[in-house]
Design a protein around this ligand. Structure first.
Ligand SMILES: [Mn+2]
Length: 552
């Protein structure tokens, strides 16, 4: 794959983080940085899904995790060789191009086997066994190709693979005759000889499969005529007798000398899973195939120690606990955010833009304007939705005059009315009926780490808090399950009423922590937070104080 920088919003993405990924990709692409691609680590929530469908834009690619995969490290420019290529040509190619292995494919490009020095060493002894006559699987065309020779006569079945026995016609006539007669099947013999007409004639009479004349010796017309009558092939080799005999052996198709035991891997396979196999093969190189078994690259043990072909950019978050799983394996290039600074460390300097504005969508709109780049109409519509979603239609405490100004600018550009669009998208995201408390809690959950204490805060916007309060047991039970699965000190759900701009807070934790919570209590584990609508600007600082009381 080409070098790719994936732009991710946080896990359990909300509208602002998904829109920010799409818009930042458009921004970087407009700057000519085409390696930036929008991604998302989670399912679209109902509001975001509604917005992308309404505007008709494809959402960012869903990549559930970034655990190292073959695709991020493999060499996808790997050469392959057809299984019928003479071994000599294949090995010349390997030597000239510094290849340790060559995947061997059929005419359609399907993977068949691997050619490497190890397989050659193993298989050549099957062919070169001095105790028997030297035999080799080849055909007349392959021999002529390897010998850089010319075919003077195509005998019977010359284009079919046979197991040829190579016999040298360099002895006296009598002893050569004895040698030929000692073979039961002369039709499997290829004789390498020079300009000895007596030997050539004997070969034709005995109907050997082929005669190879060394050192460019051209056969006489009568010989060619007789060969045609007897169905014997004649090849003229440009090499001397010794080289010709050796090269006939190497004219065997590549597939004969390759390793057919090596099973290919796929681009989507996890590195961790295939690592034992990679270490096990002698060449420490495995072929990579697609779903149709066509070769798309190779992966070597060295490749996985090189830097991955992907990097990441973070939008709408900067804390590792909220980032896509596996992110620690890659370089972070950019962060565009409007949250508190968390725990992130980077090896290299990066583009880091963090502004205390109402949404990441606001920041990205500003970036387009500051660079004098035209915002594509669909992206402008998405950005307006991102701002209105994150600021609860410019009413949340996080809203700044910049958000208001940018929202008006986008509203004018797109012809969309702020209030009408805002109410429409908030309504699309505030549905609770028909959804499990598990779905609601996990839709927009963020995990935090405060001096080693882990906690999660989920948020849902609703038009009236009655239904959540009626189903409080279900919600508190699922919060407790979430708390345990995150190994968290506490888990909360902020239920924000968009009609009153206040919230109910549900908390699951141990008794000792609950006792430290000094918010206005409504019922056991449920608190009424008047005028609180922002998780990051209002609730998180409140929870930090409770943590201090608790002793964190
Ligand atoms: Mn945001």
């Amino acid at each position: 794959m080409e070098k790719t920088i994936y732009i991710f919003g946080h896990k359990n993405p909300d509208t602002d983080s998904v829109v920010a990924a799409t818009a930042y990709a458009a921004f970087k692409n407009a700057q000519g940085c085409t390696e930036y691609k929008a991604a998302r680590a989670g399912k679209l929530n109902p509001q975001t899904d509604y917005i992308y469908k309404k505007i008709g834009v494809t959402p960012p690619e869903f990549i559930p995790d970034l655990h190292p995969r073959v695709a991020y490290y493999m060499n996808d420019k790997a050469d392959v060789i057809n299984q019928m290529t003479p071994f000599w040509e294949a090995s010349l190619f390997m030597r000239q191009n510094g290849r340790k292995v060559l995947p061997v494919v059929d005419d359609e490009g399907h993977y068949k086997a691997i050619l490497n020095y190890h397989s050659f060493m193993n298989n050549i002894f099957r062919i070169l066994n001095p105790e028997h006559h030297i035999s080799v699987v080849t055909d007349v065309q392959l021999m002529a190709r390897t010998l850089q020779g010319k075919i003077y006569c195509m005998g019977d079945e010359a284009d079919m693979l046979h197991n040829y026995t190579v016999v040298s016609g360099a002895t006296s006539f009598d002893s050569f005759k004895k040698t030929l007669e000692s073979h039961e099947k002369t039709e499997s013999i290829v004789v390498v000889t020079g300009d000895r007409e007596d030997i050539q004639n004997l070969c034709l009479e005995k109907r050997v499969r082929a005669i190879v004349l060394s050192a460019g010796r051209v056969p006489k017309d009568e010989i060619i005529q007789k060969a045609n009558q007897n169905g014997v092939s004649i090849i003229v080799s440009k090499y001397d007798t010794a080289s010709t005999s050796m090269l006939i052996l190497y004219s065997t198709p590549a597939r004969v000398l390759c390793d057919q035991t090596i099973k290919p891997i796929k681009a989507g396979d996890s590195i961790q899973q295939i690592l034992p196999r990679l270490k096990e093969v002698a060449s420490q190189i495995l072929p990579v195939v697609d779903d149709e078994n066509k070769v798309v690259g190779i992966l070597s043990e060295i490749d996985i120690h090189h830097e991955a072909k992907i990097s990441v950019a973070l939008v709408d978050h900067n804390e590792l606990t909220q980032a896509v799983d596996g992110i620690e394996n890659y370089t972070i290039c950019d962060i565009i955010d409007h949250h508190r600074l968390g725990s992130i460390h980077t090896k290299l300097p990066i583009s880091f833009i963090n502004m205390p504005l109402g949404s990441t969508s606001t920041i990205i709109t500003k970036m387009f304007r500051e660079q004098n780049l035209e915002i594509p109409l669909d992206v402008a519509k998405l950005l307006l939705c991102g701002i209105l979603s994150d600021t609860l239609i410019l009413q949340s405490a996080t809203t700044t005059p910049t958000d208001v100004e940018i929202a008006k600018f986008l509203s004018e550009k797109t012809g969309l009315d702020i209030q009408k669009l805002g109410e429409e998208i908030i309504k699309a995201g505030s549905r609770i009926s028909g959804r499990t408390s598990y779905e609601v809690i996990n839709q927009d959950m963020k995990e935090y780490n405060e001096n080693g204490a882990i906690f999660t805060v989920s948020q849902i916007e609703v038009d009236g808090t009655e239904e959540v309060l009626e189903r409080k047991k279900e919600f508190l039970d699922d919060l407790e399950i979430a708390r345990r699965s995150h190994g968290a000190l506490f888990s909360t759900l902020l239920v924000t009423d968009i009609s009153t701009l206040s919230s109910e807070l549900l908390i699951a934790s141990e008794e000792k922590f609950i006792q430290c919570v000094n918010f206005p209590k409504q019922e056991e584990q449920i608190y009424f937070l008047k005028d609180v609508v922002s998780r990051k600007k209002q609730l998180i600082p409140m929870l930090t104080e409770v943590l201090a009381t608790y002793g964190v």
